[in-house]
Design a protein around this ligand. Structure first.
Ligand SMILES: N[C@@H](CCC(=O)N[C@@H](CS)C(=O)NCC(=O)O)C(=O)O
Length: 157
């Protein structure tokens, strides 16, 4: 489809960012970014992963294109306001999407909401902005940005 991200790991090609997050978090269990199978947070973890691709993005794209959404019962996200409230209610519990535990979900949602609010595709409501700031204040974000800049410079030369 000519889309990024795409990951090649051994013989496997993995596309779809949600699949990539799940794959990498499971591949490196010592990083502690994914609740294990059997953990009571595993279901909510998968729920909010899938919610990103199945509900949130279609809703944001429909709205940004000023497209009339499908009828409520046929739309993957019902209606925008219900989808958005479902998300903001969860974020309000904080500090992270699953509560106290920071997971790969927060890498996905923190990154996505940073970009999406920058493009004003969803309102940077206080609960959203506070979440974005909390995720981006983590030292690993600065480390990843420095690594990105290093790779970009190497590719550019
Ligand atoms: N369904 C894919 C969509 C990926 C996607 O939309 N990627 C964008 C960047 S965020 C892209 O590749 N845009 C470049 C283009 O289509 O030319 C996923 O969730 O990974």
């Amino acid at each position: 489809m000519g889309k990024v991200p795409a990951l090649k790991h051994g013989e496997a090609i993995i596309t779809e960012q949600v699949a990539i997050y799940i794959y990498l978090a499971d591949l490196y269990p010592d990083a502690g970014l994914a609740p294990k199978i059997g953990d009571s947070l595993r279901g909510p973890y998968l729920r909010w992963m899938a919610f990103y691709g199945s509900s949130f993005e279609p809703a944001v794209v429909d709205r940004s294109q000023k497209r009339e959404p499908a009828p409520q019962a046929m739309s993957p996200y019902g209606d925008f306001d219900t989808m958005f409230k479902t998300l903001t209610d969860q974020l309000a519990k904080g500090p992270y999407l699953l509560g106290d535990k920071f997971t790969a979900l927060d890498v996905l949602w923190g990154t996505a909401l940073t970009w999406i609010t920058m493009y004003q595709l969803v309102p940077a409501e206080p609960v959203i902005q506070a979440y974005i700031d909390r995720v981006n204040a983590r030292p690993a974000v600065a480390w990843a940005k420095a690594k990105d800049a290093e790779l970009a410079a190497a590719q550019g030369s």
